[in-house]
Structures are given as C-alpha cells and as structure tokens.
Design a protein around this ligand. Structure first.
Ligand SMILES: Nc1ncnc2c1ncn2[C@@H]1O[C@H](COP(=O)(O)OP(=O)(O)OP(=O)(O)O)[C@@H](O)[C@H]1O
Ligand SMILES: [Mg+2]
Length: 363
C-alpha cells in the first residue's frame, strides 16, 4: 500500500501544455477518481503516474519515494486499461500469470498467486478458457486479475468499464468497490462518467482543460461545487443556471425569470453590480401544481409553465419555461402535471448557489 503525491506536475506535447501544474495528495488506501470531459488530461495524468509518459515539470512520489526516473515496472503499480489488452491466444490462467512475468517466482508460488487472484475474482472455473469464450465482464475481470496478481501498491484504472453495457458496468463497478474494500489498496481511477465517479470515489478530482477544478468527497463536490463547471458537470440532469444580478435593496434579481428573491444565506455578497448566475439542482427544485406547505423565507418560488414531462419511476422530471429561462425540476410521481399546465417551482434557501458569471467562481 502507498501514498501518491503529485506536486506541480505538468505535461507538454511539443508546444502545447495539456496538464498545468497539478497538485494532488492521495492517501494510503484511498480510492481517488479523476473525472472530466474528453481531452481534459485524465489519461495523461494517469500515464505520468504509471511512468508511461515523461513529466514536463514537477514531481511524482509513490510511497514517499520520487519515481520520476523509475521505469513503470519499478514503480510498484499496476494499470488496467479500457480495452483490457488480454492475450486472445492465452488461457485465463496464462493471462493472469502474465502479470507476474517480471517477478520470476518459483512455479509453486506463481500457481498459488494465480489461484488466490482467480478465487477473489470468481474466475476459478474459467482458468482454462480463452478470452473468446468469456463474456465482456469476465474478460475485464481477467484484466483486473492480471493487475492484482502482482499485489501492487497502487492500482491505476483508465476507463476500465466503458466498453461494457450499462448493466454490466454497474455490476463491475460494485465488484471494483468490493475489491477495494477487501484489498485496501490505493486506487486512482479515470472516467468521464460522473455517476461512476460519484459511486466509486472516496475523493473526486474534477479536471477541465488540464487543470484541477475541485477536489472533494462526492458529497462535497455535489453539495458545494467550487465553480460553474463543477456545478454543471456533477449531477444529472445538470444544475439549472439562471442569469441574475444583485439589487440595490440587497436581493437577487433573476433577469430571465423576472423574479426577485432574498439574497441566499451563506453566499458572499459581491461588491458591485456584478453579473451573477443562480444555480439550483433539479433535485432541489420541486415542481407542484400548488404551493407546497413549509416553504420558508428566502426560498425560491417561481411560476412557470410545463413544457415536457419525463417519468422516472419514483418521481418525474418536469421541464418548465420560467420567463425566458427553461428549467428542470422534480415532481412527485403521482403528480397530475401535463405539458402546458402552470406550475409552481420552489427551492429552499440552502439549495441556492450563487456564482460570479464572469469567473464562474462560487460566491
Ligand atoms: N501523444 C500525444 N501527443 C500530442 N497530444 C496528445 C498526446 N496524447 C494526448 N494528447 C493531447 O492531450 C490532451 C489530453 O489528452 P488525454 O488523453 O489525457 O485526455 P483524457 O482526459 O484522457 O480524454 P478522454 O476522456 O477522451 O480519454 C488532449 O488534448 C490530447 O489531444
Ligand atoms: Mg483518456
């Protein structure tokens, strides 16, 4: 087991900098997920930790030891890729044992480790099969087995589940989480899927354009997003963003919606009449035909008109036109709302996020 430290790590390809001085301290046994849109530098960052890519600046340490000059095989890491790269001509047994190729172990010890790994991953009955005789999830497990068999200090996963169908992905997600709980190893996991990130991570690192936008637990980044990018990236459907500005009286004017509300508690007041964004998650915005009981002071209450209803089972998504803004809200599954109906949207004061429109930073 080991810590992983990135200190001011950057990466240039020719003259283009794709990772800009990243600082990240990963604790021993922690499950950290790097998430962000395509091209934001996730794989490059992971490959620098693995040693598959040189770093252009900064320093990387694994287990307290600077590894910048070490070959990948000497870093005590194991990497699992999206296209799992298992050998089609080798049996499951040989594929897993291949992970030990640099270790030069006695035959009996090799056999013991392969069996232990196969047992953990439920592959014992499949050891003599070739990859073509396996399902996608089983193949992915073989790839994980090949990484696990070496008992590395750090596991690096680059989108290992994205080739699997939705159901299998959810199942493998659970297996990886259980594996982490039983092995207690340090894991750095890359995905562009925010649901995968939220469900797996002890801490999430949200990246955009080669920069870290926020680091926090899933709850922290969901509840207290640092900026508009994080606010919209985490959570589905995305957080509603309404144009707003501060009023002379100290309230907040929602320009598109044509609505005045009290200044949300907790948000720092900007000096001037800055252009602002008011963010509210669909999950925090209730849509109902009538004003629900218990709406408190400082809450957002807006009249709108339903455009589209999306039933989700336990509840429904209500798309509604609110002045010039279109917003998404949640409604009770038993609600009788229909497109064209007037609807009242409400959100509690602690569900409101105010951002500086120019910088995107939360106030
Ligand atoms: N070998 C390379 N030479 C030049 N540019 C590269 C190279 N590898 C990656 N890049 C660029 O670096 C940036 C980051 O790429 P990276 O693969 O790290 O993104 P990513 O976040 O993993 O994206 P995805 O979600 O699509 O896998 C991209 O703009 C990419 O085009
Ligand atoms: Mg990638």
């Amino acid at each position: 087991m080991a810590t992983v430290s990135l200190r001011g790590v950057s990466k240039r390809f020719d003259r283009t900098t794709v990772v800009h001085g990243i600082d990240l301290e990963i604790s021993d046994g922690e499950f950290v997920v790097l998430v962000g849109p395509s091209g934001c530098g996730k794989s490059t960052t992971l490959r620098m930790i693995a040693g598959l890519e040189d770093i252009s600046g900064g320093e990387i340490a694994i287990g307290g030891r600077v590894v910048d000059r070490l070959e990948p095989k000497d870093r005590n890491i194991a990497m699992v890729f999206q296209n799992y790269a298992i050998y089609p001509h080798m049996t499951v047994r040989r594929n897993i044992a291949f992970g030990l190729r640099t270790a030069r172990l006695p035959r009996a010890e090799e056999e013991r480790r392969v069996m232990a790994t196969a047992t953990t991953l439920g592959l014992v009955d499949l050891l003599d099969r070739k990859p073509a005789q396996l399902s996608g999830g089983q193949r992915q497990r073989v790839a994980i087995g090949r990484a696990m068999v070496r008992d590395p200090a750090v596991f690096l996963f680059d989108e290992p589940l994205s080739n699997l169908d939705a159901q299998l992905r959810a199942q493998m997600r659970l297996e990886i989480k259980k594996l982490h709980q039983s092995l207690g190893s340090t894991i750095v996991f890359v995905t562009h899927d925010q649901v995968e990130a939220m469900t797996l991570a002890d801490r999430i690192v949200i990246m955009d354009s080669g920069r870290i936008q926020q680091i926090g637990t899933p709850t922290e980044v969901y509840r207290n997003p640092a900026n508009v990018f994080v606010a919209r990236f985490i959570g589905s459907p995305s957080m509603n963003m309404l144009d707003a500005r501060i009023e002379d009286g100290g309230g907040l004017l929602l320009e598109g919606a044509g609505l005045r509300i009290a200044w949300p508690a907790g948000a720092a007041r900007p000096a001037a009449r800055a252009a602002l964004k008011l963010g509210v998650r669909p999950d925090d915005l209730r849509a109902a035909a009538a004003r629900p009981a218990g709406v408190t002071d400082g809450a957002l209450v807006a009249e709108a008109r339903v455009t589209v209803i999306e039933p989700l089972g336990p509840d429904m998504l209500v798309y509604a036109q609110c002045g010039r803004d279109e917003v998404v809200a949640k409604a009770d599954a038993r609600s009788a709302l229909r497109p064209g109906d007037p609807v009242l949207l409400t959100a509690g004061p602690d569900a409101l996020h105010v951002f500086d429109a120019a910088t995107g930073v939360v106030l």
